[in-house]
Design a binder for this molecule. Structure first.
Ligand code: FES
Length: 236
């Protein structure tokens, strides 16, 4: 297989043999680094779709390298591997996650327990259980087109976190989470669904954003004209 890797302004080509059905993109990168070119840089840790560090763009699709089989995504026995978008490249396939981690801090993306804690029933947990699967890989952030026009947009990853804690009756912030979503420009979302389609954990990111927006509008936290403008793309 011909493996092309974007390295800075250049694209370098490597021939990698013995690709099997089960061979992942991460294993292809390991072959290149350990047997062909030790100067190649990429990130990976768990190899099990848990740590969220190995996201890369392969033939235009942003995926977890450890979860994606090379033969499944190859085009005519060729793959092009690039760093993910919307984040500054440090070297080769390694990007700086600082931007979206800073935004997660601004959005208070952590559990703030209320006192006393209440028992959570399975049917309640079900309404936000999927969102707890988020591994902070940044794929949804990297495919989001909104940043081209709104640098202050919180990004899909933020709204998944806001949704997860807002739905949790043991979280102390309650509707303050909707205020935070508004301050993170949730209405700039154009509902393209790229985030949902790319999420390696199958989280319905765009549907969560829609639900936060609807609730915010009903409660008067998010203004209707702001909502309609952004929903139909007029304010984008
Ligand atoms: S190496 Fe941890 S998610 Fe891929």
């Amino acid at each position: 297989m011909i493996v092309k890797i974007k390295r800075g302004e250049d694209i370098q080509s490597y021939n990698v043999d013995n690709i099997e059905k089960r061979t992942t993109i991460l294993e292809v990168l390991e072959v290149v680094k350990f047997y062909i070119d030790p100067t190649l840089s990429y990130r990976a840790q768990c190899r099990a779709s848990i740590c969220g560090t190995c996201a890369v763009k392969v033939n235009g699709n942003t995926v977890l390298a450890c979860k994606t089989k090379a033969l499944d995504i190859a085009n005519n026995d060729e793959i092009l591997i690039e760093p993910i978008g919307n984040l500054p490249v440090i070297k080769d396939l390694v990007v700086d996650h600082g931007n979206f981690l800073d935004k997660l801090k601004l959005a208070k993306s952590w559990f703030i327990p209320k006192e006393p804690l209440e028992k959570v029933y399975p049917e309640e947990l079900e309404t936000y259980d999927k969102e707890t699967d988020c591994i902070l890989c940044g794929i949804c952030y990297s495919v989001c087109p909104v940043f081209q026009n709104d640098k202050n947009f919180g990004g899909p990853i933020n709204f998944v976190k806001i949704f997860r804690f807002w739905k949790d009756k043991n979280d102390a912030l309650g509707d303050e989470r909707i205020e935070i979503a508004k301050l993170n420009n949730i209405t700039s979302c154009i509902h393209c669904k790229y985030c949902t389609l790319s999420c390696p954990k199958q989280i319905q990111v765009e549907a969560d954003i829609l639900q936060l927006e609807f609730y915010g509008k009903q409660k008067g936290i998010i203004q209707q004209d702001q909502y309609i403008n952004n929903f139909f793309g007029f304010g984008f």
